[in-house]
Design a protein around this ligand. Structure first.
Ligand code: CO
Ligand code: CO
Ligand code: CO
Length: 354
């Protein structure tokens, strides 16, 4: 890689300085969002197989008995300084909801906000190139999109996928006795905050960029060979936020074990130094009413469990006897998967952290 290669991670323009929050940590506070959404009547349509009821990852619309469309959109402000990798990460993140539903991605459209008066057009070119390379890896084309002149750079994709109507994986079907598998370590929100404050060494930065740019496609394809009950991906609302979507939608309770949860190197160090994005603190407030933490858990550990992830892993619920074969298969194919807990009993969505 030479200096002019857009993949070269060190850049002179620091994209993250153009925005306050980065990546999925720039989501609206879930509390505020819910208050508004509760006031908007839901529209019903008999073709809708997955709508807004359970905060699922993507909408699913039935075309006929064989085919349903899966539709999702995600975009955010720069999570890293390098434009190429910002584009690649935003694309991997947007595609993830398709894979979390067990669907196949078909094509995508760009969503772009760009400050054309303050940034050279070369930056936009590199964002789009990074996204295109990532979509190529996913096996799908980008077929256009929409661009506006904007103060903060923003980028993301609308992704259309397809699925058989009988094989949709929602977040609402986890059952007592299912084990819980997570396919990427936590910590991207905390580490990218550290990067923004220039507190992270180069190898930590490269490692988190590589992880965020990793597609969940591979993990999803492996998962689909097993009788998985339920799946979602871990993004802006953190592990406990997305797990609580699962426990609430599935009317179950779950227990996770802190020491089983994979965490990116350097995350704990930064969290102990209180390098915590605002989105992560909001998530902690949001999940507190339904999380019961072990007394010996430190505050920084609770923050990690609520850390707003960008392009995080899949969170898979699978009956106990199938969990280890799936885990072995994932690990054998280089997915950094771990069993982190289990669904214990029917209930009202409570999560216990041990
Ligand atoms: Co999602
Ligand atoms: Co999403
Ligand atoms: Co989710």
């Amino acid at each position: 890689m030479n200096k002019t290669d857009p993949k070269n991670i060190s850049t002179t323009i620091r994209l993250t300085q153009f925005t306050k929050g980065g990546g999925c940590a720039c989501k609206l506070r879930p509390q505020d969002l819910e208050t508004v959404l509760d006031q908007i009547p839901v529209m019903h349509d008999t073709h809708v197989l997955v709508g807004t009821d359970n905060h699922d990852d993507a909408a699913v619309y039935k075309i006929n008995n064989e085919t349903a469309l899966v539709e999702t959109v995600d975009f955010f402000t720069p999570v890293v300084d390098n434009p190429y990798w910002f584009g690649a990460i935003a694309a991997a993140n947007a595609l993830s909801d398709i894979y979390a539903m067990g669907a196949r991605a078909l094509f995508a459209l760009n969503i772009v906000g760009f400050p054309s008066k303050t940034l050279p057009m070369e930056v936009l070119k590199n964002i789009l190139t990074g996204a295109q390379q990532k979509c190529k890896e996913a096996g799908i084309p980008i077929l256009g999109g929409h661009t506006i002149d904007d103060e903060d750079p923003k980028y993301g994709l609308v992704v259309t996928g397809s699925i058989h109507p009988d094989r949709i994986l929602t977040n609402g079907n986890a059952r007592p006795g299912d084990l819980l598998i997570l396919t990427k370590p936590l910590g991207t929100g905390i580490i990218t905050s550290g990067i923004k404050k220039q507190l992270t060494p180069e190898n930590v930065k490269n490692n988190v960029i590589r992880q965020m740019a990793t597609l969940n496609k591979h993990a999803s394809e492996i998962m689909l060979k097993y009788p998985v009950s339920s799946c979602t991906d871990v993004t802006g609302f953190g592990l406990l936020g997305h797990l609580s979507e699962m426990t609430h939608a599935s009317k179950t309770e779950a227990t996770v074990k802190y020491e089983k949860i994979p965490v990116l190197p350097y995350t704990e160090k930064l969290a102990m130094e209180n390098v915590i994005p605002a989105g992560t603190k909001n998530n902690y407030d949001y999940t507190s009413p339904f999380v019961d933490y072990a007394e010996n858990l430190a505050c920084y550990q609770k923050m990690i469990l609520n850390d707003a992830q960008t392009s995080g892993g899949l969170l898979i619920a699978i009956p106990g006897k199938h969990a280890h074969p799936l885990l072995d298969d994932l690990i054998k194919k280089n997915v950094n998967a771990h069993i982190i807990g289990e669904f214990t009993q029917t209930g009202t969505g409570k999560i216990h952290v041990r």
